[in-house]
Design a protein around this ligand. Structure first.
Ligand SMILES: *[C@@H]1O[C@H](CO)[C@@H](O)[C@H](O)[C@H]1NC(C)=O
Ligand SMILES: *[C@@H]1O[C@H](CO)[C@@H](O)[C@H](O)[C@H]1NC(C)=O
Length: 301
């Protein structure tokens, strides 16, 4: 764990207009947070693999997987960002790997797949680099509740109002709630992510999340990535019953959710970003350990 600079402590309101989504702000913040928390060895390893020694070496690649999923080349990966839990919120929330993971893949086996590739020293560098970018993205995705839910295509087909504007519920959970929680978005997503991740890193190391952070790692097991990912997915899916559809999917249709609903959801999203970043750091540390154990002789990329 690296010592955080004191400038990270002096962070005020974050704030500005933006079309920043989980697609960018959520992913960048999660990855930035992980970069505050990884070991020095891990930092050096991924900086070399990703070809950047800048502090935002993880944050800048975090949204990449979204940028390719609708291209001809990247279409194979479009189902890797979620798992469609066929449960019945709010009475039953559950993720069943056999039932819910599509034949073409889902976020659970995609994370396992690319984790394995990222530490396979027999693969060419470009392939390990690409795998690392998928890993960073998918750990973020699986911490968004509606990426672990089948109902209405993960909320994409449910329209609600947020402070008077109409959005689908998936978008609300990707970005609207987060933006409101931060008091509006003032600045570029990357600089907001830098500031917010600094605050979260302090909350984790010595603030409100310090006492529970160890419990966040109880399912981290690189030898069984499917079980690890499934545990995170189940934990996140449980939030669908409690915070996304507390009165069921029908009840929320057409409702204004910018008030009390968003007030309850904001801290949930904050904690999901914190968990995701903390777990990502642990996961990347373990990838480097495993790579180096496998590749002891050279110990290089
Ligand atoms: C890691 O790097 C930081 C700053 O670059 C340094 O202060 C710290 O001593 C290093 N930690 C270890 C264990 O080498
Ligand atoms: C695993 O990775 C390979 C190489 O990118 C890809 O072709 C395959 O679709 C991936 N499968 C899953 C489930 O991620």
């Amino acid at each position: 764990m690296k010592i955080l600079s004191t400038t990270a402590l002096a962070m005020g309101a974050i704030g500005l207009p933006g079309a920043a989504a989980w697609g960018s702000l959520g992913h960048m913040t999660t990855a930035y947070l992980a970069s505050h928390l990884v070991s020095n060895t891990t930092e050096a390893f991924f900086q070399e693999l990703l070809g950047s020694t800048a502090p935002d070496y993880l944050a800048t690649i975090a949204p990449w997987a979204d940028s390719i999923r609708y291209t001809d080349w990247g279409r194979f990966s479009k189902n890797f960002h979620f798992i469609d839990a066929h449960d019945t919120p709010p009475t039953d929330c559950s993720v069943d790997y056999e039932r819910d993971c599509k034949d073409g893949g889902c976020v659970i086996n995609a994370l396992a797949n690319y984790t394995k590739q990222s530490l396979d020293s027999e693969l060419p560098l470009w392939q390990r680099e690409q795998a690392a970018k998928f890993v960073v993205h998918f750990i973020g995705d699986m911490h968004q509740p509606l990426h672990n839910e089948n109902t209405a295509l993960g909320g994409n087909r449910i329209y609600v109002h947020f402070d008077g504007h109409q959005f689908n519920l998936h978008h609300v959970w990707d970005s609207s709630i987060m933006e409101k929680f931060l008091g509006g978005l003032h600045g570029a997503p990357l600089s907001i992510a830098e500031k917010w991740s600094g605050e979260l890193a302090i909350a984790i190391t010595e603030g409100k999340f310090a006492a529970e952070k160890d419990s966040w790692l109880k399912d981290v097991n690189l030898d069984d990535p499917i079980s690890s990912a499934l545990a995170w997915s189940r934990e996140t899916n449980a939030l669908v019953c409690k915070y996304v559809f507390p009165e069921g999917p029908e009840a929320i249709k057409g409702k204004e959710v910018g008030g009390e609903y968003a007030e309850k959801a904001g801290p949930v999203i904050e904690k999901q970003i914190a968990r995701a970043g903390y777990r990502m750091a642990a996961w990347l540390d373990r990838i480097v350990d495993a790579y180096q154990a496998e590749d002891k002789i050279s110990g290089e990329l």
